[in-house]
Design a binder for this molecule. Sequence first.
Ligand code: ADP
Ligand code: MG
Length: 447
Amino acid sequence: MRFDSITRVSLDNLRPLLSLFSADLAIDLGTVNTRVYARDKGIVVNEPSAVALDNRTGEVQAVGKEAKEMLGRTPGNLRVVKPMKDGVIADFKVTEKMLNYFIQKAQQRRTLVHPRIIISIPSEITQVEKRAVTDAAYRAKAAEVHLVEQAMMAAIGAGLPVTKPGGNMVVDIGGGTSDVAVISLSGIVYSRSLRTAGNHMDEAIMNHVKRKHNLLIGERTAEQIKIEIGSAYTLDRPLTMEVKGRGLIEGMPKVITVGDSEIREALSECISSIVSAIRVALERTPPELSADISDRGIVLVGGGALLKNLDKRIREETGLPVCIADDPLCCVVLGTAKILPDFKFLRRISIVSTGKQMGPQMLTKIGTQRVRCRITRSEIATRSEIATRSEIATRSEIATRSEIATAAGTQPHLPVRTIADRLRGLFLLGLVLNLPYRWRRETPPDR
Ligand code: ADP
Ligand code: MG
């Protein structure tokens, strides 16, 4: 058996033991809501992705629900920031503060071993943003960080057989983006992210009420209208709602009544864009998988899936069976939580995976000095792979540890040692010195 396979086997054997001391976390970093699942506890955080900051000092005043309550009601010295926008990180620093707050909140008591954290991120975020998320999790004392794609997690959360050869189509309609993905054999065959989702529907309602009723309303009121009477297809029974806001002409508070048909009209452009993204995805799907999808249908997840009659509209337009996942809002975090104990599967599907797993040891040169650098196995395996990702090898054969780590997308500085590391070290030392064998040989036979 090779040295590195011994280390992998030993670490994987220790994992169930170590898991007794740490509370691993699964995080869904959404544009509108962030959810955290702690192993053995369930969903411990389910709050809006919002942070209230002091304008002068930049200090965090409130995070999550409390911050969202303040939206549109803040005095001059406070502002509410939504750090995620259109499925990308618009404000790195605030995202980091928010993530840190939620991780601390999820870990109410100090644990012996730092947690492993899996974060599901939108499919279109850049390398720099991935790095920012990973670093934020490390600063919140994670032992290992894995980034996975929300589309895959949504499919797992919805209970689709993603590991089997067969096409599964998932449409995740969130706050900032609607993601259409076709998944087969644990991989994403096709995915497209459309920047039209819940937030844009709210904006469309705000514009409609302003234009048609001369009434100014805030984001929260528009969202309420969408949730209560918004629809994508004619309803069985008409709905109306009283809306309060500020009259555009008189400048005074005013109350009007809106009906479901005018809101449906206001939402029609957003709905059409989502439907056409699904059509495009179906057109671009390989024929075998297309046939599977026509049997299995389309699964809707995300908060937008709850828009009244959206499933009916998509069914009408595509002619395919459409169903809504059991818990569309928590589908992604529940999917992420499902893979938390399955380390092998996690390694296979994670897009960035860094931490203190024992990977191949790499010898690199800094001048005449030889430096041993540990790179995570699932992320990178050979020096030539590093070379293809960066220009280190083409420039010269000299590479610093931080250069390699940057190329690999890992931490330039190895995180602080934990009990896990030490146990593993002792175990390996024993194996290397072949102690059990020596002891057996050196023990004098009983007379
Ligand atoms: P993200 O993952 O981007 O944070 P979510 O999946 O949490 O987004 O969904 C949030 C979006 O879903 C918001 O725009 C919210 O207004 C919308 N939403 C939540 N419930 C409903 C509902 N019943 N009808 C329509 N839209 C809804
Ligand atoms: Mg989401």
